[in-house]
Design a protein around this ligand. Structure first.
Ligand code: SF4
Length: 359
């Protein structure tokens, strides 16, 4: 019998489980406290639960299902874990710490079907969706890792408490999150919930390759969280070459959808734009991108290409600066994302486990 993943159960579902084990419903709150507040994974250590309930939970439920297959630490403090699921699949999660943030880049699928040509994950193909429990377990695992770190002696108690909590979650790991929409939306709710991880709504970002109908579904289902669209091409010829999804939903249709998303949610949309030398980083591309973003409630994140693709390279610093000068004439915000963890293939577009499946 498959065990219920506690992280993936809402309060009502957990109460139903507890009642089915012959216990009063209020025990559900105690279990959630242990799991989300104390980050406990061992039912036997949940000291205020009666033994019968602990025995029942051990037989019918679980908190930690993922095994660490590999871990790599980058020189810049970024850490990447390769997790192995109960059915032998591998996928990756990345912790990106900065002075004031602890961001977790989570995966939503094992592999990806979208086939973007700059992306290592695409080479794996699509294997399966991650479950709600598996998505949340990535954040739970990283939270436990942060809690286990020795705090700096210079920090005040408040700073220590903050430095051990995940502050931002980005669905930019493996997979197209909007093709696992219900699990990702439910995960965002638990990430944000005060009974869950307590991450602020505007610190939770879902990044899509541009599956237009799913963007509108997302706007209806989860309008409060941040959405980013990986644009990466400033015209249809280039974007279709980099991202096959563009043949189905070309830029004009995607922008109509983007406008509808902004209208429905009132959110500022982020466009992610990878700078690839000679392809997306020309001045002509900068002018086209400026035209796309102008008069839209949006910002642009520029991401110089990371290594990992033998056929493409990042532009020089001068080329990027010239590109930015063109965009600076627009009426929208432009940020340049510093690559994190490129030496361990943890940066954007670099996630891909070497094995498709453990034998
Ligand atoms: S960039 Fe994102 S959507 Fe495209 S193949 Fe990679 S993981 Fe999939």
């Amino acid at each position: 019998m498959t065990k219920s993943h506690i992280l993936g159960l809402g309060r009502g579902e957990l109460e139903a489980l507890v009642v089915s084990l012959g216990q009063p419903a209020f025990r559900a709150r105690q279990i959630q406290n242990w799991v989300f507040r104390n980050l406990e994974t061992d039912f036997r250590k949940m000291s205020n639960l009666p033994k019968d309930l602990v025995d029942g939970l051990e037989s019918h439920a679980c908190v930690a299902t993922l095994k660490v297959n590999a871990r790599q630490d980058s020189q810049d403090g970024t850490t990447k874990w390769v997790f192995e699921t109960h059915d032998g699949h591998l996928f990756e999660t990345v912790l990106i710490p900065t002075e004031d943030r602890r961001s977790v880049c989570v995966s939503s699928q094992i592999g990806c079907a979208m086939g973007c040509t700059f992306c290592r994950t695409a080479t794996m193909g699509f294997l399966r969706n991650l479950t709600l429990g598996e998505i949340l377990e990535q954040v739970h695992f990283v939270s436990r890792h942060l809690k286990s770190l020795e705090p700096s002696p210079d920090l005040s108690p408040d700073q220590v408490s903050n430095s051990t909590r995940v502050s931002n979650v980005i669905f930019m790991g493996m997979g197209e999150p909007l093709l696992n929409l219900e699990n990702v939306a439910s995960a965002c709710e638990t990430l944000n919930s005060a009974d869950g991880f307590g991450v602020a709504k505007d610190k939770i970002t879902v990044s899509t390759s541009g599956v237009a109908p799913k963007i509108l579904e997302w706007a209806a289902r989860a309008p409060d969280f941040k959405l980013a669209i990986s644009l990466n091409g400033s015209n249809n010829a280039v974007r279709s070459e980099l991202m096959p999804i563009n043949r189905r939903y070309p830029i004009e249709m995607l922008m109509e959808t983007a406008d509808e998303y902004i209208r429905l949610t009132g959110q500022k949309l982020t466009f992610e734009y990878i700078l690839i030398r000679g392809k997306t980083s020309t001045l002509e591309a900068a002018r086209e991108l400026k035209h796309i973003a102008s008069h839209r409630h949006c910002k642009i994140n520029l991401i110089p290409l990371n290594r990992g693709n033998p056929d493409m390279e990042a532009p020089s610093e001068e080329e990027i600066a010239a590109f930015e000068r063109v965009l600076a004439q627009g009426d929208f915000q432009v940020l340049r994302r510093r690559p994190r963890g490129p030496d361990i293939y943890a940066a954007c577009g670099q996630l891909a486990t070497e094995q498709k499946k453990v034998a």
